[in-house]
Design a protein around this ligand. Structure first.
Ligand code: CA
Length: 229
């Protein structure tokens, strides 16, 4: 399974509540990682680099607030959206939650529909293609719902790997991706593929993008990898 599927880390110590969340998130197409306490959560955030964290406030061991603070203090994790879940409904707690850097705050008992909508709102910002948004860059338009790509309104023919590569690059224009990062994201972490394979597919993608006679928008960053623009 590739990392194109957005991943959510669920941190919840009540097994029944955790399983309800896991079941519903998987049904929505998310890859779900779960943790039952704070220490496990801290390890998994680092190891798995989830696209979003659903974080219960009251946990044995390290509290949700403390985990949130740790995530938001690390430059490599800071962009990861965190939604705090809490039985506490006092306004002061909500403020405290958001002050720690949580991106959103949901009070228990919550409606699953509302929670899923909030998850998608966060991902629309950080992983727009994964929630079916159109991506645009210059004259390139990528429709993640229909898997079609257009350049200056002309449809391009892309293979599935080139499509996933372009999606990844278009979600973060300007970001430099190393070959290893692209392998993880586009091919999946458990697949053994030589990093040269990345070069081959970037080459194919470039060729497809240039077929309209337009410029090559992909930049090779020597010793680092590839970036869009
Ligand atoms: Ca709890």
């Amino acid at each position: 399974m590739t990392q194109m599927q957005p991943s959510v880390l669920v941190v919840e110590d009540e097994p029944a509540q955790r399983e309800v969340l896991v079941y519903n998130l998987e049904r929505e197409g998310f890859r779900v990682i779960k943790a039952g306490d704070g220490n496990e959560a801290v390890l998994l955030v680092d190891e798995e680099r989830p696209d979003l964290v659903l974080l219960d406030w009251m946990l044995p061991g390290v509290s949700g607030i403390e985990i949130c603070r740790q995530i938001k203090m690390k430059p490599s994790l800071r962009q990861t959206p965190v939604i705090m879940l809490s039985a506490r409904s006092e306004e002061v707690d909500k403020v405290r939650g958001l002050e720690t850097g949580a991106d959103d705050y949901v009070v228990k008992p919550y409606s699953l529909a509302e929670l899923l909508a909030r998850v998608k709102t966060q991902l629309r910002r950080t992983r727009p293609a994964s929630v079916g948004e159109h991506l645009t860059y210059d004259d390139i338009m990528l429709d993640s719902g229909t898997h079609r790509v257009y350049r200056s309104k002309q449809e391009l023919k892309l293979g599935p790997t080139e499509f996933r590569l372009l999606t990844t690059l278009m979600e973060k224009p300007g970001r430099v991706w190393s070959r290893e990062q692209l392998l993880d994201r586009v091919w999946g972490r458990d697949v053994y593929v030589d990093t040269r394979t990345v070069d081959v597919h970037v080459g194919r993608l470039r060729k497809a993008l240039k077929c309209t006679g337009a410029d090559d928008p992909i930049r090779t960053v020597r010793g680092a990898g590839y970036a869009l623009g």
